[in-house]
Ligand binder design. Structure first.
Ligand code: SF4
Length: 266
């Protein structure tokens, strides 16, 4: 049976052995068009408002597909929803979660059960019903890599209906407060460099300082600083080096100044 929902499992830098789950239609569908996106540019028909709703429910094949793969991978670390755009646009996200949760509970694992993990670009979290769904996941990987309006516009290139950066940061603060204590929030900061003289990348000092200040308010469990690892949507951006990642992580730690917030770079 051809696969309908899953990718991998593959070894991930931040999740170890992870099975990807795509709950969007086959085409990319996102509220952003990030310059560094490793899926490719978000075309005009693929760039959608955060109010856009996808109503795809899991078919019976979803459960079967998960079991067929996972029975061979008892050492899996994460079942990870994301990969082809913004998964919270699918209003049936919790139906997928519930199927994956049941399958995880039914199967035998050699060590810890895999986490149920969700990627989000944070653009839909201003909606209470989306936060309600998202907070069920064991681990939420929420994007925040721009903290000035200029960097947000340049780097993430949001749909015109996206809410302001301030509202996005406020919704992450709310999500953190509303989440069950046992679940974890990681803020993901993809920082890139630029070859183009007239393109200021999000590695600029002002953005890094403001990001750290925003993260201090959010108080996530973890901050992940990383960079481009595959071909980006725009040719003019490229990965920052290891020394720069380390410097950014150190600056974050100094400004956040909170031992409960772990800062890692990859
Ligand atoms: S939010 Fe994610 S999927 Fe959407 S354009 Fe940015 S990197 Fe790509």
């Amino acid at each position: 049976m051809p696969r309908e929902y899953t990718y991998g499992p593959f070894q991930s830098r931040r999740l170890n052995l992870s099975l990807g789950v795509d709950i969007l239609p086959r085409k990319k569908c996102c509220t952003y068009d990030c310059v560094y996106c490793e899926i490719g540019p978000t075309g005009p028909t693929q760039l959608v408002s955060p109010e856009f709703k996808i109503r795809a429910k899991p078919s019976n094949n979803f459960r079967k597909e998960l079991i067929d793969i996972l029975k061979h991978v008892p050492h899996l670390s994460s079942i990870t929803v994301g990969y082809n755009g913004e998964p919270t646009l699918n209003e049936n996200l919790l139906d997928f979660y519930n199927v994956a949760y049941k399958v995880r509970e039914e199967l035998n694992w050699t060590s810890e059960k895999p986490k149920l993990t969700l990627f989000t670009n944070s653009s839909t979290l201003y909606k209470e019903e989306v936060r309600e769904r998202v907070k069920q996941f064991d681990l939420i990987l929420a994007k925040l890599d721009s903290a000035t309006v200029e960097d947000f516009e340049r780097t993430n290139r949001p749909h015109k209906d996206c809410h302001s950066l301030k509202e996005i940061i406020d919704s992450l603060i709310k999500l953190r407060r509303e989440m069950p204590k046992e679940n974890k929030l990681a803020i993901q900061c993809l920082i890139c460099n630029s070859y183009k003289e007239d393109f200021v990348s999000n590695s600029n000092t002002e953005n890094i300082t403001r990001l750290a200040q925003a993260i201090k308010l959010i108080k996530p469990n973890l901050v992940q600083v990383y960079s481009i690892a595959r071909i980006p949507a725009q040719y003019y951006v490229f990965a920052i080096d290891e020394v720069t990642k380390q410097k950014i992580a150190t600056k974050f730690k100094n400004i956040i100044n909170d031992d409960s917030v772990e800062v890692k770079y990859y």
